[in-house]
Design a protein around this ligand. Structure first.
Ligand code: WT7
Length: 638
């Protein structure tokens, strides 16, 4: 069937999608309320966020909403006492939510586990008690290195409950990347699994961890808790390793919830920046819970009867905020899937959606483009009428993918929320609301209470249609509290453009005030919505004995958005060959893990550099793509 004519009409420039009347009538925030919220938030942003905070429970109220006396450090709800786990779990066990489903989990082989709020609460309490018995205390760091399992959610919440700081590391990181994170966090405890299922195979996890923990150069990890998932034979080190089942077995299903200050750290999450080493972005209990709770309710129009499926792995910020915390804060049901979206075939996501009655689906452009390639016959085999809201995050979505998602998956009835935000922002910042007029490919406008702008290098706003740097002008509750052990990295986000948070993205605004994201302005590559710093990739390459110098750039890819391509200068005595290129790609996988996949390796005699010796990746990129270097040069120091 030829749909290209219809598609062309849908893709007409300036085509605006209007919400259906039924959706508008039932929306949590209707158009009049939204207009009023924009007005109120502009006049009194702190009052606006204070009302959002009042929707949650606090052990003690704040002395003021925001302490701005020491910028760029900001303290939300100073003086307040709270715990995000109390709001995500404890309070629901005293209401009608008690026996509502909190979590539906599906393993890749098709096994299913479900937890009501009461059941999840009890499981969390048991682990909280067990961790306390093992000596994990308030402020200790606990690294969670696991596939998406119920125990991943339980571990995060148990840490929050006892005031320990969780640090989830995506299992796609191994070797040096994992070690660096463990060392930087100085983790006392590690929670992992024997292995997991991925694309029909069992991937061992504990074994790869043992390698990392083996060296004596790591002064961390006294305790390693192992979840049995794949029935693998694993080596248990008597002084360090314990089975999850063994430690929770005799624990009581009740455990006290630590009373935290609003600004006590809840988690650190490593993300890649321009600097050589990944930075541990710190979020705290109070502001973060207000930010994610409010934005889920508003952007996804969340109702208690929803089954919310955010496909992100809990190892990324999207998983933290919208697969774990926000849906539980809202008292709705969150769905977690362990495996690969193409296993056993390209309809797995539609199968899961239909089977569990998923009503809101939040995923990435890469996933959408990948599934789109398999055609409409897969979604057509399933009843997707339970869906009422769709969402996209992590990278720019091309209008074709937007329209396919909207038409084929959403029946032309479910609005697609293209949401812009970051690990550092914690919460959604720029996005449509369900009642908004939507332009495919645009992330719409900053949400009420968020003051975003597009500026030139001196901080002056640029006119509509012109590209510039995306900045946030006022603090927002979900904002990062600090960067773990790295004040400089924190300050770097704030000091480039005075008084503003610099996102590191290039964007433009159209005549209607809609924002269009155009990619990173800094040395960060976005592969399938996963952020990788060129510096981290380059330093891993240079650790190979054949490599003298290396530069990595992102090159466009039809499915994944971007892929990493390496340019390498060899040391004296090494010859370029396909064999060596293969070896370097293998080296990267070993050093950093499968996330650090290189698309290609090119050998060169030299690399373009600035006077100060900085590699000009932008020029390499222009050369590679045969394009003009373009206006993304704003941050170069030529
Ligand atoms: C970077 C943040 C929290 C989102 C998951 C990734 C890019 C994110 C969009 C979007 C265009 C987007 C930006 C941003 N990005 N959402 N809707 N449209 N680009 O979080 O790893 O911290 O990466 O992802 O470049 O800076 P992250």
């Amino acid at each position: 069937m030829d749909q290209s004519g219809a598609l062309d009409t849908l893709l007409q420039e300036d085509r605006v999608f209007r919400p259906l009347p039924g959706l508008v009538m039932e929306a949590n925030v209707n158009p009049q309320e939204l207009a009023a919220a924009y007005r109120q938030a502009a006049q009194d942003p702190l009052g606006f966020w204070e009302s959002a905070a009042l929707e949650l429970e606090w052990f003690r109220r704040w002395d003021k909403v925001l302490d701005e006396s020491a910028p760029p450090h900001f303290s939300w709800f100073p003086g307040a006492r709270c715990n995000i786990a109390h709001n995500a779990l404890d309070r629901h066990t005293k209401t009608g939510n008690k026996h509502r489903l909190a979590l539906i989990w599906e393993g890749e082989p098709g096994d299913i586990r479900k937890f009501t709020y009461f059941e999840l609460y009890r499981a969390v309490n048991k682990l909280a008690g067990a961790l306390r018995s093992l000596g994990v205390a308030k402020g200790d760091r606990v690294v969670v290195y696991m596939p998406p399992l119920p125990e991943t959610v339980i571990s995060m919440l148990a840490c929050a409950k006892i005031g320990a700081v969780h640090c989830v590391v995506f299992p796609g990181f191994t070797g040096k990347a994992l070690k660096e994170r463990l060392r930087d966090a100085r983790a006392k405890c590690l929670i992992t699994a024997d292995g997991f299922y991925r694309n029909g195979r069992v991937v061992p996890l504990k074994a790869s961890l043992d390698e990392v923990l083996a060296g004596d150069d790591l002064d961390a990890v006294d305790i390693c808790v192992v979840v049995r998932r794949a029935n693998l034979d694993v080596e248990m080190h008597a002084a360090r390793d314990v089975w999850y089942d063994d430690i929770v077995r005799h624990e009581k299903p009740e455990a006290p919830t630590e009373v935290m200050s609003a600004n006590d750290p809840l988690f650190l999450l490593y993300t890649s920046g321009a600097a050589g080493k990944p930075k541990g972005v710190v979020h705290s209990h109070g502001g973060y819970m207000v930010g994610v709770h409010h934005t889920l309710n508003w952007v996804f129009d969340i109702k208690p009867t929803d089954i919310f499926w955010c496909t992100a792995d809990p190892g990324w910020i999207t998983g933290h905020s919208y697969a774990v915390y926000a849906p539980l804060l809202a008292g709705t049901t969150t769905l977690l899937y362990e495996g690969h979206p193409l296993y056993p075939q390209a309809d797995r996501m539609w199968h899961i959606t239909a089977k569990h009655g998923v009503s809101a689906l939040y995923t990435t452009p890469t996933t959408i483009r990948m599934l789109m390639r398999y055609g409409n016959q897969f979604p057509r085999q399933h009843d997707l009428t339970s869906l009422r809201m769709l969402g996209s995050v992590g990278e720019p979505i091309n209008p074709e993918a937007w329209v396919w998602f909207y038409q084929t998956i959403g029946r032309g009835e479910c609005p697609v929320m293209d949401t812009w935000w970051q690990t550092e922002t914690g919460q959604i910042m720029i996005a449509p609301m369900p009642v908004s007029l939507i332009k495919p490919g645009s992330v719409n406008k900053p949400l009420p209470g968020i003051e975003a702008d597009i500026v030139d290098r001196s901080g002056a706003p640029v006119p509509p249609g012109k590209g510039g740097l995306l900045v946030i002008r006022r603090p927002w509750p979900g904002m990062m509290h600090s960067v773990w052990n790295d004040e400089e990295a924190y300050l770097a986000c704030w000091n480039r453009i005075p008084g503003c948070y610099l996102a590191g993205d290039v964007a433009r605004r159209d005549e209607d005030g809609y924002f269009w994201m155009q990619g990173r302005a800094d040395e960060v590559i976005n592969i399938a919505g996963h952020r990788l710093g060129t510096a981290e990739l380059e330093s891993a390459l240079v650790s190979h004995r054949a490599v003298a110098e290396a530069a990595v750039i992102g090159v466009p890819d039809k499915i994944k958005g971007e892929l990493a391509k390496a340019f390498v200068i060899l040391r004296e005595g090494f010859e370029e060959s396909d064999e060596l290129a293969r070896e370097l790609r293998e080296h990267m996988r070993r050093e950093l893990g499968p996330v650090a996949e290189l698309k290609g390796v090119k050998f060169r005699a030299d690399l373009p550099k600035t006077k100060s010796g900085k590699i000009m990746r932008r020029l390499l990129k222009a050369e590679e793509l045969g394009t003009e270097p373009g206006d993304v040069s704003m941050l170069d120091d030529e």
